[in-house]
Design a binder for this molecule. Structure first.
Ligand code: NPG
Length: 380
């Protein structure tokens, strides 16, 4: 496609309840959305297309170095102008070339992923193909897991988990941090039994000195322990992977297909959480999926409190055959009273994969406007 312009939009959506992790408490989701406009079909018969991308960077750089304002800045100043310039020079931009076109700019993977997602959505609207079809999905719905934030008390946690199980979520992920780990896991197992699929997420809050605490979690038959150590401690993760019987899963550390290959080679993990935003886009996410499949590493689709746009794309990704564990692809009402798209709903513990062209969903104008903080146009 020829990219002729892009809209950058900042939105702020209130969460239905505060979401606490080991790195902080979120009460609103601030997100950057990108809408690219362009034409397909060449100079003779140009057809206008548009596509939406969502940037998963959070308001503050607590989960990773990226954050919303910085993502908007790099999109505005470098990434979008690059695609506009390439288009103006007469070269088509495709989802498959966005990554290499943006390669001169170091890092900023979440911002790049948002732009690639928008180009991909537009491109697929041009061809009429769904994102799921494009990625190679083999399922029409995906099992839905839920990520449960740190609660003020174990009693409160049990109530929240009970509610999600009643909703039909098929897998529970508990956020843990030092001091809120063994006791909540034990309590959840005691109350809800040995059979519920259960896993924990440390968001990098531990060190190797905590290996004993992590080992105590072995008693609870967890599916996995996610990201116990800091992002850049890939090699060190090989230690808990060796000392702890529960499978170690990496999230923050897997920032690219190359990092995934390194983690596998170093035996730093036996499961990988794939988040397209974290790895630079849905194409890189699919490459990691393929790599893991070839190496017998199970993967699952992580979540970043996405709006319906990112949720749609995650559902498509999670429908690939190597996603053998339930992901954090929950219903819209897990986080939002009103989503910006048609809401994703839980149906017998599953989320339907959209079938329409591109993402298969788009924002509902007035709802989107009601959450919008600012918009700007970037043109050649
Ligand atoms: O269901 O979208 C979701 C959230 C899942 O827990 C979740 N995400 O560390 O994986 C994580 C965590 C997260 C949320 C990380 C927000 C960063 C920002």
């Amino acid at each position: 496609m020829r990219v002729t312009g892009a809209e950058l939009r900042t939105i702020r959506m209130p969460l239905v309840s505060p979401f606490e992790t080991s790195f902080g408490v979120e009460r609103d989701r601030v997100a950057i959305l990108v809408r690219v406009i362009g034409t397909v079909g060449g100079d003779r018969r140009p057809v206008e297309v548009q596509g939406w991308g969502e940037c998963v960077a959070m308001e503050s750089p607590l989960y990773s170095s990226e954050y919303a304002e910085a993502a908007a800045a790099v999109l505005r100043r470098y990434l979008i102008p690059r695609l506009l310039a390439v288009s103006a020079a007469g070269t088509d931009v495709t989802a498959e070339t966005v990554d290499s076109l943006l390669e001169p700019f170091v890092g900023h993977r979440m911002a790049k992923a948002a732009l690639e997602m928008a180009v991909l959505d537009a491109q697929l609207h041009g061809t009429g193909q769904s994102l799921a079809g494009y990625l190679g999905a083999t399922r029409t719905s995906v099992p839905s897991g839920v990520s449960v934030g740190i609660q003020p008390s174990v009693a409160a946690l049990l109530d929240v988990v009970g509610d999600y199980l009643a909703d039909g979520y098929v897998r529970i992920k508990l956020k843990i941090k030092p001091g809120f780990d063994v006791a909540p896991v034990e309590a959840v197992r005691e109350r809800f039994g040995e059979l519920i699929p259960l896993q924990v997420d440390a968001n990098a809050a531990y060190t190797l000195a905590d290996a004993r605490v992590l080992r105590r979690l072995d008693a609870f038959d967890l599916l996995l322990i996610e990201q116990p150590l800091p992002e850049d401690d890939l090699r060190q993760h090989a230690e808990p992977a060796r000392l702890v019987r529960t499978p170690i899963c990496l999230d923050e550390s897997i920032v690219s297909p190359r990092a995934a290959a390194d983690a596998i080679a170093l035996r730093a993990c036996s499961v990988i959480n794939i988040k397209a935003g974290r790895v630079g886009g849905y194409l890189a996410a699919r490459r990691i999926h393929d790599l893991c499949q070839a190496n017998g590493i199970p993967v699952w689709c992580g979540g970043m409190v996405e709006t319906g746009l990112g949720r749609a794309a995650n559902a498509a990704l999670a429908a690939l055959p190597g996603f053998t564990l339930p992901g954090d692809v929950s219903a819209s009402d897990r986080f939002y009273e009103q989503d910006i798209t048609e809401p994703f709903v839980l149906d017998d513990g599953r989320i339907a994969v959209p079938t329409g062209p591109g993402l298969g969903v788009s924002p509902i104008g007035p709802v989107l406007e009601s959450y919008t903080v600012s918009t700007e146009w970037i043109q050649a």
